[in-house]
Design a protein. Structure first.
Length: 414
C-alpha cells in the first residue's frame, strides 16, 4: 500500500534533481514536491579533474544536500530500489512506497568498478591505482602525480556512455604537463588507452587535440582498447582490443582508471528502461515514450548526448516547460537540441572549450575559435563555472542572476 503521495516526485538530488526542484517550486509554484536522495552531501564533480592535478582542494567541492535543495520541497533521504510506473509508485530501500502524479527521474548513473577483473572500489587509492571519479580516491591521483619519478603512467577510458567523457584524457594531459615541468618527462611514458575509435567524438576538437596536444607532446594513444583486468600488486593492467579481441598486458608505475558505468539498477529493471537500460525518453521533449507523466534528464536519460553538467543546464528548462504543458494538457513545444560542453583541460592554464549539439554539430558560445588552447577558457573552467554551477544550475537559475556578496567565502562547505 502507498504510504505517502506527492504531486511531483523527483528521484535524485544531484545537479539535475536539485535544479529541477528549485524550478518546480520557484517557476511552476508547485506546492507538493518531494526529492528522494540518500546522500547528505552534494558534490561538484567537474572540479575533480583539477583536484587530481593539485590545483584545487578536494574539500572545496561539496555542499550539504540540505543546503542545495529548496526548503519548500520535501527531502526524503532514502535510496530508490524500484519504480512501478503503471501504479505510479516509487519504492525505497526501507520498503516505503511513495506515490506520485508526476515523476522526474534524475538519478545519475552507476560506477561499475567490479566490472574490471581484480578491481574493487576499495582497492582504488593504493598501489599506484587512482581515479578522479570518486571523492574518496581523487586526492590519491595528485599524490601519485606529484611523487612520480618516471616510468609508465597509464590512463584509461571505458566504453561509452560515461559521465564527462573528456575527463579521462584531461588528467592525462595535466599529468604529462606536470612531468614536463618537473623535469622528468624524458623518462616518463604517458599512455592513454581508450575504448573509442577517436580521441574525441567531435571532429573539430579531435583534430585540435591531435595537432596541439597529442603529437607535439608525444602522448601515446591506443584506440579501441578497454581495460578488462588489473593486477595491483604486480602493477599490471590487461587490455582487450575491441576490434581483434586480443589482450595485451601492460606494466605501469601509476594508472588512472575511469570505471565502466551503467544505469542504476532500479531503472534498468523497470518498465521505464529502454533496451540499454536508460530511461526511455524522447530525445527532444525528454518525456517518457510510454508514460506521459514521467520525464527524465541528466545522466540517466536515454538520450544520445554527452553526459555532462552542461547538458543538464540545457535540459532543465525543456523539462520544466514541457512538464507545465503536460500538466495543462497542452502540446509539448520545447525541444532539447543535444547541447553538451566539455572544457578540455590540455595543460595547466590552458583549455579547449568544446561545445556541440546532437550529431556532433559544433555550436560555440564565444566570438573566437574555441578549438585553440586558451588561458581565458582556463579561467572559465577554474573560476566561473563553479559559480555557474552552485549559484545557477543547482538553484534552477539561468544566467544572469544576482551573486551574493559573500559568495567568495562559499567555495568550501556551507
Amino acid at each position: 500500500m502507498t504510504q505517502i503521495r506527492h504531486s511531483v516526485v523527483i528521484i535524485g538530488g544531484g545537479a539535475a534533481g536539485a535544479g529541477m526542484a528549485h524550478r518546480l517550486v520557484g517557476q511552476l509554484k508547485c506546492q507538493d514536491v518531494a526529492v528522494i536522495e540518500p546522500s547528505e552531501v552534494h558534490y561538484y564533480q567537474p572540479m575533480w579533474t583539477l583536484v587530481g592535478a593539485g590545483v584545487v582542494k578536494r574539500e572545496t567541492t561539496w555542499r550539504k544536500t540540505a543546503d542545495v535543495l529548496p526548503r519548500q520541497a520535501r527531502w526524503i533521504q532514502e535510496r530508490v530500489v524500484a519504480v512501478d510506473p503503471d501504479r505510479q509508485v516509487v519504492e525505497t530501500q526501507t520498503g516505503r512506497k511513495i506515490g506520485y502524479d508526476w515523476l522526474i527521474v534524475a538519478a545519475g548513473l552507476k560506477l561499475d568498478w567490479d566490472k574490471i577483473d581484480g578491481l574493487r572500489q576499495e582497492l582504488v587509492g593504493q598501489d599506484g591505482v587512482c581515479s578522479n571519479y570518486s571523492y574518496a580516491t581523487v586526492a590519491y591521483t595528485w599524490e601519485l602525480i606529484r611523487n612520480f619519478q618516471g616510468g609508465v603512467a597509464l590512463f584509461t577510458m571505458p566504453p561509452m556512455p560515461i559521465k564527462c567523457p573528456g575527463a579521462p584524457q584531461k588528467i592525462a594531459y595535466l599529468a604529462e604537463d606536470y612531468f614536463r615541468r618537473k623535469g622528468i618527462r624524458d623518462r616518463s611514458t604517458v599512455h592513454y588507452l581508450t575504448s573509442t575509435p577517436a580521441i574525441f567524438g567531435v571532429e573539430k576538437y579531435a583534430k585540435a587535440l591531435m595537432e596541439q596536444v597529442i603529437r607535439p607532446r608525444d602522448i601515446k594513444v591506443s584506440y579501441r582498447h578497454n581495460l578488462v583486468a588489473i593486477r595491483p600488486k604486480a602493477r599490471e593492467a590487461v587490455f582487450e582490443n575491441l576490434d581483434s579481441g586480443e589482450t595485451t598486458v601492460l606494466r605501469y608505475d601509476m594508472i588512472h582508471i575511469t570505471p565502466p558505468q551503467s544505469p542504476p539498477d532500479f531503472i534498468k529493471n523497470s518498465p521505464l528502461a529502454n533496451a540499454a537500460g536508460w530511461v526511455d525518453v524522447d530525445p527532444n521533449t525528454l518525456q517518457h515514450v510510454r508514460y506521459p507523466n514521467v520525464f527524465a534528464l541528466g545522466d540517466c536519460a536515454g538520450t544520445p548526448n554527452s553526459k555532462t553538467a552542461a547538458a543538464v543546464r540545457s535540459q532543465a528548462p525543456v523539462v520544466v516547460r514541457n512538464l507545465a504543458a503536460a500538466m495543462q494538457k497542452r502540446t509539448l513545444s520545447c525541444a532539447y537540441d543535444g547541447y553538451g560542453s566539455c572544457p578540455l583541460v590540455t595543460r595547466y592554464g590552458r583549455v579547449i572549450l568544446a561545445e556541440f549539439l546532437y550529431g556532433g554539430k559544433v555550436r560555440e558560445t564565444f566570438p573566437f575559435d574555441q578549438g585553440k588552447e586558451r588561458y581565458s577558457m582556463w579561467l572559465l573552467k577554474r573560476y566561473v563555472l563553479p559559480i555557474v554551477y552552485w549559484q545557477g544550475l543547482v538553484k534552477g537559475r539561468q544566467w544572469p542572476w544576482p551573486i551574493p556578496r559573500d559568495f567568495g567565502s562559499g567555495h568550501g562547505p556551507v
